[in-house]
Design a protein around this ligand. Structure first.
Ligand code: 5GP
Ligand code: MN
Length: 353
């Protein structure tokens, strides 16, 4: 069967994207040993981008080694090649010709891997975070892409890499997870076109949705209970906050974080996770609110609607500060809610409430 495969409209017309894809192949292909890394505590897009990139490099006759700092959430173990992703401890020697990072906005997001990678001269950086610090020799950065998986899909099309069932499964999972199961505002027509091609190539949407979203542990559901119990609304019901005691990042945390955004009227939220002496803060927003700039204020970063940071101080202090920042964010934007968003429920809200 022959599939008609179209690259994203934004990138198919962009000569520079094709040039970048060709440069990617020239720098990393041709029998090189390539370390492929992504951000600490990897999420679906990070893992799927690692695995997709490794397959492209193998097709280009190179030898990829995928490495991440942190545990791979169990629910991703089914992904073809997941068993070949190494932890830092498993990396006994460092003998690479080049390094590729995927879905990673800055070197520091690589965690302990950053100390080893920082000095690599041949570094390629593929990402969709708008605050990417362009730390590579080649930087393929498209913030309008739904996911880094989407960028790898476009590289596959540009380089005519064959799309088999395994690659389709990997890319579909990356796309699905970074669009929150095709619900977030990055769920563009491009994302759906890509999903359609991947399903044609053998990705199974129902099975993959179940593997990711209906695979919770009892511990995860109890953590959801703890988060729900701690829920607190402020700013007239527009800001939610939750706190959980959980030293380790848990794979269910992502869903737990998003869950408070389903409360009618909530436009922004913070989830605080107490992990030893540090506090991990996850921020989420809906509509046009921007939580990335709040995360940046505290040394973190991320996307407009999903951002985070780590705080080495007291929970109470950071809670007060972040809730004040979120309140200001929802107050400031009050008069400017775009017409399309007016269908979302917004409770009456008086300034200074
Ligand atoms: P989460 O709340 O799931 O940990 O993070 C949401 C998003 O925020 C991530 O996808 C990532 O883009 C960004 N993010 C989270 N923590 C940090 C951080 O400490 N630094 C930076 N630069 N970005 C972060
Ligand atoms: Mn991503």
């Amino acid at each position: 069967m022959i599939f008609c495969m179209a690259m994203s409209p934004a990138r198919s017309s962009e000569k520079s994207f094709r040039q970048q894809a060709v440069e990617f192949a020239a720098l990393l292909g041709g029998e090189k040993s390539v370390l492929v890394g992504s951000h600490k505590s990897p999420d679906g897009d990070a893992l799927c981008s690692l695995l997709a990139a490794a397959r492209i490099l193998t097709i280009l006759s190179s030898r990829p080694v995928c490495v991440v700092d942190g545990q791979i959430p169990e629910r991703f173990n089914f992904l073809p090649g997941a068993d070949q992703i190494r932890s830092l401890a498993q990396l006994t020697s460092w003998n690479f010709d080049a390094v590729l990072t995927v879905d990673c906005g800055s070197l520091s997001r690589l965690g302990a891997l950053a100390d080893r990678i920082g000095s690599e001269p041949l570094l390629v950086n593929i990402d969709h975070h708008p605050d990417n610090s362009l730390f590579g020799r080649l930087n393929i950065i498209f913030p309008e892409a739904s996911s880094t998986a989407e960028l790898l899909y476009d590289i596959i099309l540009a380089l005519n890499v064959p799309l088999d069932v395994d690659l389709a499964t990997i890319l579909y999972t990356g796309l699905m997870t970074d669009t929150g199961g095709f619900r977030y505002s990055n769920t563009s027509s491009t994302a759906f076109a890509m999903a359609a091609r991947l399903v044609q190539a053998g990705a199974d949407p129902a099975i993959l949705a179940q593997a990711i979203y209906s695979n919770n542990s009892l511990h995860g559901i109890k953590l959801l209970g703890e988060a729900a119990h701690s829920l607190d609304l402020s700013a007239g019901g527009r800001v939610a906050s939750m706190t959980v005691q959980q030293p380790e990042a848990s794979e269910e945390l992502e869903e737990i974080t998003d869950f408070a955004l389903t409360i009618k009227g909530v436009r922004a939220l913070a989830l605080f996770r107490l992990a030893g002496n540090t506090v991990r803060c996850s921020l989420r927003a809906r509509g046009s609110h921007d939580v990335a700039r709040i995360a940046r204020k505290y040394g973190g970063g991320g996307h407009q609607k999903a951002a985070g940071f780590t705080w080495d101080g007291s929970l109470e202090e950071i809670r007060i500060r972040v809730l004040a920042d979120l309140r200001e964010e929802v107050e400031e934007q009050l008069e400017n809610i775009p017409a399309a968003e007016k269908i979302l429920p917004t409770p009456p809200f008086k300034r200074g409430e």
